[in-house]
Each structure stands twice: as structure tokens, then as C-alpha cells.
Design a protein around this ligand. Structure first.
Ligand code: ATP
Length: 297
């Protein structure tokens, strides 16, 4: 095994009764990387993290944390985990919560440093119940940091946060990565993956269906996005030659195509009133939709 592999799923299978949540997942996380796991609801992202934390055991295949079995407590001590939901004692102060958490570790991070890295310097004396949603997520992040981890697993860190709080959180994650900590995060915000990740791994039905830098993933969806106001019904436009996907949002029709000029000729010929036309490069979202689209029955 390469020495810089911090975590690995090797043909990992996990079943819940009749449901196969992971179906032979193969993935390695390397030192210094920030990897974003993307996938539609139920794709297997949380289950994949649960195998690395040792909370779940694979039904087949292997899972490695720092080169061995994740069940070993000494290995888990170097892992920081922030899950989707956390119940914390509401009346304790932020500094007290972090202090309590450091007691689980032999070599914890200094409390001041933990608070600073999580952007909580000015909130150490505030009770948890008095915090905003974004501040609470940063406290949960601080608790995951308290053991001075080499690898962090973060499940949907910014779900439900407003744009400002999300961006503050991104900065916290970037600062941590700059310190050399490796991070695996799951997200449904493709902009988040685009902004933070060195590598994006798209999971579908419990397997890796695509991986690469954000730029590489975007290039997997070939073509461009065209958008315009049209008097034509969506189904008519969807039926034009060379249209990959089409949708109607807020009175505009959006479509993607690898043959933009052909589509435009057909559309302009069919609709004299076509207006507000734009043609743009495909976004990560377009690529994601294309990669995770279920084949027609
Ligand atoms: P989301 O984006 O919605 O959080 P996910 O990609 O994290 O989804 P998982 O939570 O890993 O997906 O779930 C994968 C599959 O396993 C889903 O079909 C889910 O319903 C199922 N599953 C997960 N946990 C359990 C459980 N404890 N018991 C039964 N089925 C489960």
C-alpha cells in the first residue's frame, strides 16, 4: 500500500437487508487531499463514511484507515468526524464543550487554537443554545478538530446554512487544509465541491461513477448550455436534434447540447419570437446531472 493513503475502500459492500447501499466501492484518500463525495440522495455517501469511522462494518471487501482496521481506537484517535446531526448539551458554553472533547485524546489540539481554526474566537463564552445554525455547525467542526486529526470526514457541513455562513465555513475548511489536514466531505451543493475540492468523486448506486478535478468532471459533460425565452412548449424543444437535456424554469427554456449551432438554427427557425438568448459553458451541475441520470426504462 502506498504510504500516503490515509483511508481506502477496497471493493467495499454494505447491505441493509435487501438494500445494497455500497456495491463494491473502490476509493483511496491521499494525504493532503480535499475530496468531495457527490451523489444523489441514497447514493451511499454517508454509508461510505460510516465504514471509515468504524461505526459500520463491510459485508464484503475491505476498508482501511491509516493502513489498517478502522475499529482500532488508536487509529480512530487521528480521525475527526463531523456528522449531519449532532446533539450537544445546550446550556454548556462553547469553550466548555471544546474542553470536554479534548479530554478524550492523549494529544489534543490546544483549545485556543481549535477555537481559532473553527472561527469561534469570540464565541468561547457563549452558550450553545444561543448560537445561530452556522455557529453551531462551527462548534461541531471544532469538536471534530479537538483531537488534532490527520484526516477529517465531514458529512454535509453547510446544509441549511445561508450563503454568507456557507462561505465562512468554506474559509474554515480552506484554513484547515492549508495546515495539511486531509478532508473528505459530502455535499449536495455543487458550488461547494467546485470551490473546495482537489478531487470530486461522484457516487451512484454504491459505486464510483466518475472522479477527477472539478475541471475534469465538468469536461465529462460535453457541449454548452443554451437558454432563452420561447413560445414553444418544452417538449417540442426537447425533441430538437442534438438536445441532451432540456428543462423549463421561470419562463425560460434551458438545454444542453454538444451541437449548439444546429440546435440554434432549428430553434430560431421554429420560433420567430425567441428572446433573451444566452449560450454558456456547462457547469458542474450540468455534468453532475448528466453523470447521475438514470437510463430511460
Ligand atoms: P443522502 O444524500 O440522502 O444523505 P447518501 O448518499 O448519504 O444519501 P446513504 O445514507 O449512505 O446515502 O444510504 C444509501 C442507501 O442505504 C439508501 O438506499 C438508504 O435508504 C439505505 N440505508 C442507509 N442507512 C440505512 C439503515 N440504517 N437501514 C436501512 N437502510 C439504510
Amino acid at each position: 500500500m502506498a504510504t500516503d493513503v490515509l483511508a481506502a475502500w477496497r471493493g467495499a459492500v454494505k447491505r441493509y437487508g435487501a438494500i445494497t447501499a455500497l456495491d463494491g466501492l473502490d476509493l483511496e484518500i491521499h494525504a493532503g487531499e480535499l475530496v468531495a463525495l457527490l451523489g444523489v440522495n441514497g447514493a451511499g455517501k454517508t454509508t461510505a463514511l460510516g465504514l471509515i469511522t468504524g461505526e459500520l462494518a463491510p459485508d464484503a471487501g475491505r476498508v482501511e484507515l491509516f493502513g489498517g482496521d478502522p475499529a482500532l481506537p488508536a487509529r480512530r484517535a487521528r480521525l475527526g468526524v463531523m456528522l449531519q446531526e449532532a446533539e450537544l448539551p445546550e446550556t454548556l458554553k462553547v469553550g466548555e464543550l471544546v474542553h470536554l472533547q479534548t479530554r478524550y485524546f492523549d494529544a489534543p489540539m490546544a483549545i485556543d487554537r481549535t477555537l481559532a481554526l473553527a472561527g469561534l474566537e469570540s464565541l468561547g463564552d457563549r452558550r450553545y443554545e444561543q448560537l445561530s445554525g452556522g455557529q453551531k455547525r462551527r462548534v461541531q467542526f471544532a469538536l471534530a478538530l479537538a483531537g488534532d486529526p490527520a484526516l477529517m470526514l465531514i458529512d454535509e457541513p453547510t446544509t441549511g446554512l445561508d450563503v454568507g455562513a456557507r462561505r465562512q465555513f468554506w474559509q474554515v475548511i480552506r484554513d484547515l487544509k492549508a495546515r495539511g489536514v486531509s478532508i473528505v466531505l459530502t455535499t449536495h451543493y455543487l458550488e461547494e465541491a467546485d470551490a473546495l475540492a482537489d478531487r470530486i468523486v461522484v457516487i451512484g448506486r454504491g459505486r464510483v461513477i466518475a472522479e477527477g478535478t472539478p475541471r475534469e468532471i465538468k469536461s465529462r459533460a460535453s457541449g454548452r448550455r443554451i437558454s432563452a425565452r420561447s413560445v414553444l412548449p418544452l417538449d417540442r424543444v426537447r425533441g430538437f436534434a442534438h438536445v441532451a437535456q432540456a428543462s423549463a424554469i421561470d419562463g425560460r427554456i434551458h438545454l444542453t447540447s454538444a451541437r449548439v449551432e444546429d440546435v440554434l438554427r432549428e430553434w430560431l427557425a421554429a420560433d420567430d419570437e425567441l428572446a433573451d438568448l444566452t449560450v454558456e459553458a456547462l457547469s458542474l451541475e450540468d455534468a453532475f446531472v448528466e453523470l447521475t441520470r438514470e437510463p430511460a426504462p
